[in-house]
Design a protein around this ligand. Structure first.
Ligand code: GLN
Length: 542
């Protein structure tokens, strides 16, 4: 078993997740089986309840775990399927320790950070590693934070226990000072000093910088950090994240790692797929503008997988997709914001304030025949809009937003299953997250639909994350008014996909197709949607 531990220094948000994924990509291309793990220093036990506008998107794995968005990068870059063993928070580790303590597993010993918490961390890493050849472990946060100390201590211990089978990679920032035109290596020196003071000597430094590091600076960093000059790698800002594996490979990072791990006779990396992608980026054949309608758009990371899935579709179609983030409140004030876009996408969301703006966007797409993709909440608002304005169900809504609506076309299953017609209320505070439909579920597609045309499959597996559903009590009314219900759960009782007839492309899905889209295999629905936007634009320009 081989481990690569990746830490970060100087500042956060340097792209550690993408660095880990890119290293994984190259090593996979050399024939290794990879596993990737993220250790998050925060104390939350359930990342699913964290605010995406502070922390970025909640990513959902196949087994229904709600994880950090970096897990999404791992799955997009590497052919690896994550589960609940691949993301741990401090809170979850402590929860495990405390459960053991309550059970009496420690036989009355004093329970301490070292060794009890660090042992739990090492066990968790071992479980996530499974039967892979190489496991990359990303330590969240920045070296120097109090919170990440137990994780750093655990990986320090593993270095000793695993003999030569461990490589420590440290990602830092090497800023460029515009005013004096200088490259500054001091923050990196300090960050490595900090890391060494807790007993970890990095093997490889990944230095984020605007331009390639000159040799003099590399030498200086090497000298002050006790790292060989050739192990100082310059990680420049690239216009697209999927170019990073090629860039790292050019700097021979895989060779450094393989030789540090003492692995011999390893075939060279075959990165031809990634080279092909780069060509597609360099020479797009079309260009489209897609409006993404969000609650707050200040943190685009909140829609990470959707942004990426659009980029994957663009890659597949050799189209450059520009995403225009439009916030719902701005849209309500000025619907003409949608006048120049080639497609409208309403992504998932919870407890919406800006719900009316999203309903407006769905209505705009329906009436103006602009291609529309509605994901989860985006499907729900399309149903509400159709119910109100086409099926004449005045005041139709989701019971999530208006519990007293006369027409709860979207509701909790417990609400619409009440045969007496009464609405059962759930205690929202009882078990947040507990009643959520999460993870992969199979869906059956109507052969006579746009969605089937894209997937070319009658059954598909896609990931879910929601509580509310299409209310079957309104099935007949909405179908009679023209809404097409073209995807169902396998036991036929839940509506999964809706479409509109007499419209170039209008699809809403209860699931989240963005979670399994990768640059190598774009989501069929995203590809279909972007294709429709290309055609829409051509028709508009004629
Ligand atoms: N809030 C809605 C629900 O819980 C939609 C969730 C989502 O878009 N992921 O059903």
């Amino acid at each position: 078993m081989n481990y690569i531990f990746v830490t970060g220094g100087v500042v956060s948000s340097l792209g550690k997740g993408i660095a880990c994924s890119s290293i994984g990509t190259i090593l996979e291309a050399r024939g290794f089986k990879l596993s990737l793990i993220k250790l998050d220093p925060y104390i939350n036990v359930d990342p699913g309840t964290m605010n995406p506008f502070q922390h970025g998107e909640v990513y959902v794995t196949a087994d229904g775990s709600e994880t950090d968005l970096d897990i999404g990068h791992y799955e997009r870059f590497v052919n690896f399927q994550a589960n609940r063993n691949h993301n741990h928070t401090t809170g979850q580790i402590y929860e495990r320790v405390l459960r053991k303590e309550r059970r009496g597993d420690y036989l009355g010993a004093t329970v301490q950070v070292i060794p009890h918490v660090t042992n739990e961390i090492k066990d968790a890493i071992g479980e996530g590693a499974g039967d892979s050849d190489i496991t990359i472990v990303e330590i969240g946060g920045t070296v120097g934070d109090i919170e990440s100390l137990p994780f750093l201590e655990a990986i320090r211990q593993m270095g000793m226990e695993q003999n030569n089978n461990v490589v420590y990679v440290h990602l830092t920032l090497v800023p460029y000072l515009e005013t004096s035109g200088e490259i500054k290596t001091k923050p990196t020196q300090h960050s490595v000093k900090e890391l060494r003071s807790i007993g970890i000597q990095p093997d490889i430094l990944l230095c984020r910088s605007r331009k390639e590091l000159p040799l003099a600076e590399k030498r200086k960093i090497a000298l002050f950090t006790n790292v060989r000059e050739q192990d100082v790698i310059s990680a420049i800002d690239l216009d697209d994240i999927y170019r990073i594996p090629l860039w790292f490979h050019k700097q021979q990072i895989d060779e450094l790692i393989v030789s540090k791990l003492g692995l011999v006779d390893i075939p060279p990396a075959d990165l031809s797929e990634w080279q092909r992608m780069a060509v597609s980026y360099d020479a797009p054949e079309s260009q489209v503008k897609i409006a993404l309608i969000g609650k707050y758009v200040s943190l685009v990371d909140a829609y990470m997988s959707v942004n990426e899935a659009l980029a994957h579709a663009g890659l597949a179609l050799r189209s450059s997709v520009e995403i225009i983030h439009i916030d719902t409140e701005g849209l309500q004030q000025d619907p003409s914001l949608l006048d120049n876009v080639d497609g409208i996408l309403v992504p998932g969301g919870f407890g919406e304030r800006g719900i009316e703006g999203k309903i407006l966007a769905a209505g705009y797409a329906r009436q103006n025949k602009v291609p529309y993709l509605g994901i989860c909440l985006g499907m729900q608002v399309a149903v509400i809009e159709f119910a109100r304005n086409v099926a004449q169900l005045n005041g139709a809504d989701s019971s999530e937003f208006n519990p007293n609506t006369p027409h709860p076309v979207i509701a909790l299953v417990t609400e619409w299953q009440d045969r007496e017609g009464g609405i059962q209320q759930r205690d929202e505070n009882s078990d947040k997250g507990g009643s959520m439909r999460l993870g992969v579920q199979r869906c059956q597609l109507d052969k006579n639909s746009e969605s089937y045309k894209q997937y070319q499959q009658e059954t598909i597996d896609e990931r879910h994350r929601h509580r509310y559903e299409f209310n079957n009590l309104y099935k007949d009314k909405l179908q009679q008014a023209g809404l097409k219900l073209v995807g169902y759960s396998m036991n036929k009782d839940l509506v999964e996909v809706i479409e509109l007839p007499d419209h170039p492309w209008f699809v809403g899905t209860q699931f989240h197709p963005e979670f399994i889209s990768t640059p190598r295999k774009a989501s069929p629905l995203f590809r279909g949607f972007v294709q429709a936007t290309i055609q829409y634009k051509q028709a508009r320009l004629k």
